[in-house]
Design a protein around this ligand. Structure first.
Ligand code: COA
Length: 350
């Protein structure tokens, strides 16, 4: 069977660096708390008007396409993962198609938050393996800075996230032993509200800490999608019970890595580089410890960029590749966990 391979990888992060100390201008926080709990030292924020989730994606995609040795007109399918789209609808995929002057190819938008890139990669992999497409552009991009609560009320979440984009081009592999060996996708909706942005939405509830505490049935017809009350109650910002997320992530990420290894009759000692979703450095360190991997086999860059959700894995993959940490023949393992909850892994023979 034909396998798919990553033929080109690219990334883009905005120029503007915000250190932990910079955040103290907006909220009651401090460098020590943030570094101790998350490992993050700084993150990038997009220019407020000039840069969007799509413009950052195009920067990353341009590099990935060039490195794959093709042009935007060769792309025959687009898959775009983000939780911070330019518009509520349509998704960003069609904007990439338009701005990069691509042919009238299909564009699919993926909503799986921190697992978005791996879900997207898995879908692309099936299309290549099935022979339907030859050059698929897979993107993860986020502009979190536009939608975070920068007051003290939102500090447990806003300090974690950053902006950026990563992209890969998937093509059929020419060498038999090369390419994506397998992908593994999971979900458990029991904790859907534990890490969520509740509004705008059609459920009509006010949520707090994962519990519905009131509804908006007194709001006028047509106003309930996004009312002033919802804004007063900070419903337009992400909400997170961080400890529940942490506890689940450190179980599910090692589990899905082992699932991938077992499916390919490999062991942890076969991994050359593990690239975990950059949720929190403490989560990555715990996953590393459980899998008993040495430091040089785990790649982290959350210290510089924060958690960029769907963009974190392709950004880390790109940076690791640019630093010469990924070489032909290496076994690369990607794994993610996030809102949903969803979690995933991919094993790649580079
Ligand atoms: N700066 C300073 N103090 C803060 C703060 C901040 N940015 N955010 C919260 N605090 C305070 C809280 O108000 C609380 O104070 P109190 O004890 O006086 O009430 C205290 O710190 C502890 O808050 P808590 O939320 O219990 O902290 P925690 O130890 O759970 O750490 C996280 C919070 C978010 C860092 C941690 O839960 C975590 O990393 N979870 C995983 C989150 C994650 O990875 N999300 C992305 C998923 S893809």
């Amino acid at each position: 069977m034909i396998r798919s391979k990553i033929a080109g990888v690219g990334m883009y992060v905005p120029k503007d660096v915000y250190t932990n100390n910079d955040l103290t201008r907006y909220m009651d926080t401090n460098d020590e708390w943030i570094q101790e709990r998350t490992g993050i030292k700084e993150r990038r924020y997009a220019k407020r008007l000039e840069e969007t989730t799509t413009t950052m994606a195009i920067e990353a995609a341009t590099i990935a396409i060039e490195r794959a040795g093709i042009t935007p007109q060769d792309i025959d399918f687009i898959i775009f993962a983000t939780l911070s789209p330019d518009y509520y609808f349509p998704g960003c995929g069609v904007l990439v198609q338009r701005e990069m002057k691509m042919k009238e190819v299909g564009a699919l938008d993926i909503r799986n938050q921190c697992s978005g890139f791996l879900y997207a990669l898995s879908v692309a992999d099936q299309f290549i393996k099935g022979g339907m497409y030859k050059n698929i552009l897979v993107i993860g991009s986020e502009k979190h800075s536009f939608g975070l609560d920068f007051s003290t009320r939102g500090r447990n979440i806003s300090v974690i996230f950053g902006d950026g984009a990563g992209a890969v081009v998937l093509q059929p592999a020419s060498k038999h032993e090369q390419g994506i060996l397998s992908t593994h996708l999971h979900s458990d909706g029991e904790h859907a509200e534990v890490l969520a942005m509740y509004n705008p939405g059609t459920h009509g509830n006010h949520w707090a800490n994962g519990q519905a505490v009131a509804n908006f049935d007194d709001v006028e017809m047509g106003q309930a999608f996004m009312s002033h009350d919802m804004i007063d109650m900070a419903q337009n910002f992400p909400n997170m019970d961080g400890q529940t997320v942490f506890k689940k992530a450190v179980v599910k990420m090692p589990e899905v890595v082992m699932e991938a290894l077992n499916a390919n009759s490999l062991t942890t000692s076969d991994i050359d580089l593990l690239i975990p979703h950059q949720a929190n450095l403490r989560i990555s360190q715990m996953v590393q410890k459980i899998l008993r991997l040495p430091d040089e086999k785990v790649f982290n860059n959350i210290q510089k960029y924060g958690n960029t959700t769907a963009a974190s894995i392709p950004i880390a993959l790109c940076e690791a590749w640019e630093q010469g940490k990924i070489k032909e023949g290496n076994l690369i393992c990607l794994t993610s966990f996030g809102s949903g909850f969803t979690w995933a892994s991919a094993l790649i023979r580079w």
